[in-house]
Design a protein around this ligand. Structure first.
Ligand SMILES: Cc1cc2nc3c(=O)[nH]c(=O)nc-3n(C[C@H](O)[C@H](O)[C@H](O)COP(=O)(O)OP(=O)(O)OC[C@H]3O[C@@H](n4cnc5c(N)ncnc54)[C@H](O)[C@@H]3O)c2cc1C
Length: 362
């Protein structure tokens, strides 16, 4: 079986690793000239680590990540520990995206990755799919996997009218920096602040710090990204208990601050056809307030591979994949919405850990 994976993000690379491990011939086609990871830090939850362990790369990932716990504080600094959950529900690993992507790409192998290769379209037949690339060349494959992110070309062909939409007023700012002199960051501090702002900082494995600010329902943005982040950092500290965050933002060079309008892929009516399947953000770009889009996405990769191995024929395997994923992501969206709609820090923290508990134990 020959598989073409469109997109060399975390989920596309993981899909190729899973397929290779199952003895399936898979090539990743990435539009960028190199495998590079947009973003700064990435929280990897135990459900994703179970996938990476099964693929034989769990320990390599542990070596480049820092064990961390996701607990929230209110804007006065009060620690919130919702009752009824265990420490396991809060534990995750913080990795830096470039290191993680490089590790995954090394595992896939350079010979199996085509860079500067943009999928432009495909035509499906009973026997497979003919993929057309932007340079006009084509490839005949048994299966095309769309792992091409929120703006997926594969999805736009498979599910017309499913363009990613802006999550109105939801913005994110972040970076990874070395703490400036006089600022000590020895623990993770994540705050649920005023004006629907959340953020803080998390130490990484190499002594740098990942800081992040997010806001729902933000008014129109003014000023530079640094000014926007600095302004919102004030909503996370109403009593002056924590001046590290503004100091970290201040010390970050302007061009190292990543800013995003958050984009969502609305729930889809289908994820597959007979010869095409979607995985990762191409199928379900989620709001990052649950910090789990990639952790959930790598599960798609393993499930798809297992079904291809255990089911007779590609169309039946893809149908089984979709039967699993549609209700699964309906539940993800329901729990995610409950977190988003929370009106107090305590309610947000409780709904958040309820989501992570569900994700880790289902
Ligand atoms: C602010 C923020 C914080 C987040 N934090 C977390 C977190 O802590 N934990 C977590 O689990 N998730 C987190 N997420 C979600 C996570 O970033 C995504 O779910 C994950 O990166 C999606 O990976 P992907 O491989 O599906 O897509 P992408 O990372 O978008 O990769 C898609 C790849 O496809 C390539 N591509 C696109 N079109 C084509 C084409 N036509 N042909 C060929 N190649 C193409 C792109 O260049 C890209 O390399 C966060 C998201 C945001 C926005």
């Amino acid at each position: 079986m020959r598989v073409l994976v469109a997109g060399g993000g975390i989920v596309g690379l993981t899909t190729a690793i899973a397929l290779h491990k199952a003895g399936i011939d898979a090539v990743v086609c990435e539009q960028a000239p190199e495998i590079r990871a947009a973003g700064a830090g990435l929280g990897i939850w135990a459900n994703a680590m179970a996938v990476f362990d099964e693929l034989g790369i769990g320990d390599q990932i542990r070596a480049i990540a820092k064990p961390t716990e996701m607990y929230f504080r209110d804007p006065t600094g009060k620690f919130i520990d919702p009752p009824g959950f265990s420490k396991e529900d809060h534990r995750y690993l913080l990795a830096q995206r470039p290191e993680l992507s490089a590790l995954l790409a090394r595992t896939v192998g350079r010979d199996n990755i085509r860079l500067g290769c943009r999928v432009a379209d495909y035509v499906e037949s009973d026997a497979g799919a003919t993929v057309r690339f932007e340079d006009g060349s084509t490839a005949d494959v048994d299966l095309l996997v769309g792992a091409d992110g929120a703006y997926s070309v594969v999805r736009s062909r498979l599910v017309p009218g499913s363009d990613a939409i802006a999550h109105e007023g939801h913005h994110a700012w972040r970076s990874v920096v070395t703490p400036p002199e006089g600022v000590t960051v020895d623990q993770s501090v994540i705050v649920l602040g005023e004006r629907r702002t959340r953020g803080g900082y998390v130490p990484t494995v190499d002594g740098t710090v990942y800081w992040l600010i997010n806001q729902f329902g933000s008014p129109a943005l003014e000023g530079t990204p640094k000014e926007q982040a600095r302004e919102r950092a004030e909503f996370l500290d109403t009593t002056g208990w924590n001046r590290a965050l503004p100091a970290l933002i201040e010390s970050t060079p302007d061009d190292r601050i990543l800013y995003n309008q958050i984009m969502l892929v609305p729930p889809l009516s289908r994820w597959v056809s007979d010869r095409v399947a979607l995985v990762g953000d191409a199928a379900h770009a989620l709001s990052p307030h649950i910090t789990a889009g990639a952790s959930l996405g790598v599960e798609d990769a393993l499930l798809l591979t297992r079904l291809l191995v255990s089911t007779e024929g590609v169309p039946a395997a893809l149908a089984a994949y979709e039967r699993d994923r549609l209700p699964h992501y309906a539940k993800v969206n329901e729990l995610s919405k409950r977190v988003e709609d929370s009106t107090t820090p305590e309610e947000f923290a409780t709904n958040y850990v309820a989501f992570s508990h569900w994700m880790l134990t289902r």
